[in-house]
Design a protein around this ligand. Structure first.
Ligand code: TGC
Ligand code: FAD
Length: 400
C-alpha cells in the first residue's frame, strides 16, 4: 500500500459537543478511552485523511496504531486480544474514530466485530489462541465475507459452498464488497454446507485458488479498501471451520455487534460536520453580519444539535442495555438506521452552511457525506432496518 504520506498543515480544531451533559452518565474509563482516541485521531488521522481519500488509498499503516489504542474488539476480553472494556467504551471509541473518517472506523469495526468477535464467540479454543492475539495486535488483518454479487440484503440466498473432502472442505463461490479483503491475512467466510446450513470458515491468504481483487472507482469510503473474495476449489482444513454456530444467526450475531458500533460511530461524523459548520458560521460574514446571526443559519444549527443530542441519548441507552446483554437486534437496527440517517442529513445541512467552501477538501464535510452513503447501505440498508423494526412491532415479516 501507499506509504508516501502527505501531511496537511491544517490544525484539527474539533471541539466535542455535549448539549445534554451526557458525560455525567459516563465513567472514568469511558472518558479516558475517548480522550486518548480523540488525541490519536487528531495526531494520526486528521493530518493525512484528506490526502488518502483524494488518492483512494487506504492508510494501512494505521492498523498498528488502531491496535495500540485498543480499537480492535474493545469489549472482547483482554486475554483474547480485545480491550476488556464495556459496550459503552466500545461505542465511544467508534464515535471518535468516525469523527475522523468512517473508513477508519470501518477498519476497526471489521477487525474487531466481524473477525475477532466470530472467532471469539463461535471458534474453538485452538482457533482463538491461534488468531485472536495476532488480530488484536494488528499483526494480522482480517475481513468478513457475507455479501455475494447476487445476495446482499438477502444473505440467506448465498451460493458460496463447502463440500466435505476428508480432512478438508473444498470451498467455491465468491463474495462482493468486502472491506479490507485485498489487504487481509485471513477472511471469515460464510458458506453453505452440503445440508444447506450456513457455516463460518477461516480462509487464509495464500491458500490455493483464493484471491481478493480490489474494487476500484468508489466515490465513498475512499480511504478504506474494498474488494471481492473469489474461491475456486480452495482446500480449507476442517480445523478452520467455526464449530460453535450454524445458520444465519452466526453472521447476523456479528452484525448486531458491528451495527451497534455504527450507531455510535455515525454520531462522530455528525459531530464533526456540526462543529465545522458552527465555527464557520461564527467566522464567515455576508451582508455585514456573521452567518450565525441569520435566523436561517440558526435554524439549521439548532436542528443539528437537537438531532445529535437525540442520537447520543439513543446510543447511550442502547449501550446500557448492551452492557446488561439486553439490547435486541431490532433495537440495534433502530439506532443504526436513525443515527446514520441523522448524520447524512447533518452533513448535507453543514455543506450548505459552508457555501462553496463546503465542497472542497478544506473542510471534512463532503468526505463525511460521501462516506455516509456507504454507511447507510452496509451492515443492512436503511430500508432493511426499517423492515426489521416493522416486523418487530407488528409481528409480520415483510421480507421476500
Ligand atoms: P431470519 O429468519 O430473520 O433470521 C435467521 C436467524 O438469525 C436470527 N437473527 C439474528 N441473530 C442475531 N443477531 C441478529 N441481528 C439477528 N437477526 C436475526 C434469527 O433469530 C434466526 O435465528 P434461528 O435460530 O431462528 O435460525 O433471516 P432472514 O433470512 O429472514 O433475513 C433477515 C434479514 C433480512 C433482516 C437479514 O438477512 C439482514 O439483516 N439482511 C441485511 C444483510 C446485511 O446486513 N449484510 C451486511 C453484510 S456485512 C457488512 O456490510 C460489513 S460492512 C463493514 C464495515 O466496513 O464497517
Ligand atoms: P441490494 O440488497 O441489492 O439492495 C438494493 C436496494 O433494494 C436497497 O435500497 C435495499 O434497501 C432494497 N431492498 C432489498 N430488499 C428489499 C426488500 N425486501 N424490501 C424493500 N427494499 C429492499 N458486505 C460484507 O459481507 N462484508 C463487508 O466487509 C462489506 N463491506 C462493505 C463495504 C462497502 C463500502 C459497501 C458499499 C458494502 C459493503 N458490504 C459488505 C456489503 C453491504 O452489506 C451490502 O451492500 C448491503 O447489505 C446491501 O446489499 P446490496 O448492495 O446487494 O443491495
Amino acid at each position: 500500500m501507499n506509504t508516501d504520506i502527505k501531511k496537511s498543515s491544517k490544525t484539527d480544531n474539533y471541539v466535542y459537543h455535549d448539549y445534554y451533559c451526557i458525560d455525567e452518565l459516563l465513567n472514568e474509563d469511558h472518558i479516558l478511552a475517548r480522550e486518548s482516541v480523540r488525541e490519536w485521531v487528531k495526531q494520526e488521522v486528521s493530518p493525512i485523511i484528506e490526502d488518502y481519500a483524494n488518492r483512494a488509498a487506504c492508510p494501512t499503516h494505521l492498523f498498528k496504531g488502531l491496535a495500540e489504542i485498543g480499537a480492535f474488539g474493545p469489549s472482547i476480553p483482554a486475554e483474547y486480544g480485545g480491550g476488556g472494556m464495556d459496550e459503552i467504551a466500545y461505542g465511544i471509541i467508534m464515535q471518535e474514530l468516525e469523527r475522523g473518517d468512517s473508513g477508519i472506523r470501518s477498519m476497526a469495526s471489521v477487525q474487531g466485530s466481524l473477525v475477532m468477535y466470530p472467532i471469539y464467540k463461535y471458534g474453538s479454543e485452538d482457533q482463538r489462541r491461534k488468531y485472536l492475539p495476532k488480530l488484536g495486535s494488528g499483526e494480522f488483518i482480517g475481513c468478513f465475507g457475507l455479501t455475494e454479487p447476487d445476495h446482499g440484503s438477502n444473505p440467506s440466498g448465498m451460493v458460496t459452498n463447502i463440500k466435505d473432502d476428508g480432512d478438508s472442505y473444498i470451498l467455491n463461490g465468491s463474495k462482493m464488497w468486502i472491506t479490507n479483503s485485498p489487504v487481509a491475512d485471513i477472511a471469515v467466510v460464510w458458506a453453505k454446507d452440503e445440508d444447506g446450513k450456513i457455516r463460518g470458515i477461516i480462509v487464509e491468504k495464500g491458500m490455493k485458488g483464493f484471491s481478493a481483487p480490489e474494487i476500484h472507482g468508489k466515490w465513498s469510503l475512499r480511504a478504506s479498501v474494498t474488494g471481492e473474495l473469489v474461491f475456486e476449489d480452495v482446500r480449507v482444513p476442517k480445523a478452520n471451520l467455526l464449530p460453535n454456530v450454524s445458520g444465519l444467526k452466526g453472521p447476523l450475531g456479528c452484525l448486531s455487534k458491528a451495527r451497534y458500533g455504527i450507531a455510535w460511530g455515525a454520531i462522530g461524523a455528525a459531530l464533526d460536520c456540526y462543529d465545522s459548520a458552527l465555527r464557520y458560521s461564527q467566522e464567515r460574514e455576508q451582508f455585514g453580519k456573521k452567518l450565525g446571526q441569520f435566523q436561517l443559519t440558526q435554524k439549521k444549527l439548532a436542528e443539528m444539535i437537537t438531532e445529535i443530542t437525540k442520537a447520543q441519548l439513543l446510543a447511550w441507552r442502547l449501550g446500557t442495555l448492551a452492557n446488561k446483554g439486553q439490547a435486541t437486534p431490532a433495537q440495534i437496527s433502530m439506532a443504526k438506521r436513525n443515527n446514520v440517517n441523522m448524520a447524512i442529513e447533518i452533513a448535507r445541512e453543514a455543506r450548505q452552511i459552508h457555501g462553496g467552501m463546503g465542497i472542497t477538501g478544506e473542510y471534512p464535510i463532503m468526505r463525511h457525506m460521501m462516506n455516509l452513503e456507504s454507511v447507510i447501505t452496509y451492515e443492512g440498508t436503511h430500508d432493511i432496518h426499517l423492515l426489521i423494526t416493522g416486523m418487530d412491532v407488528t409481528g409480520f415479516n415483510a421480507f421476500g
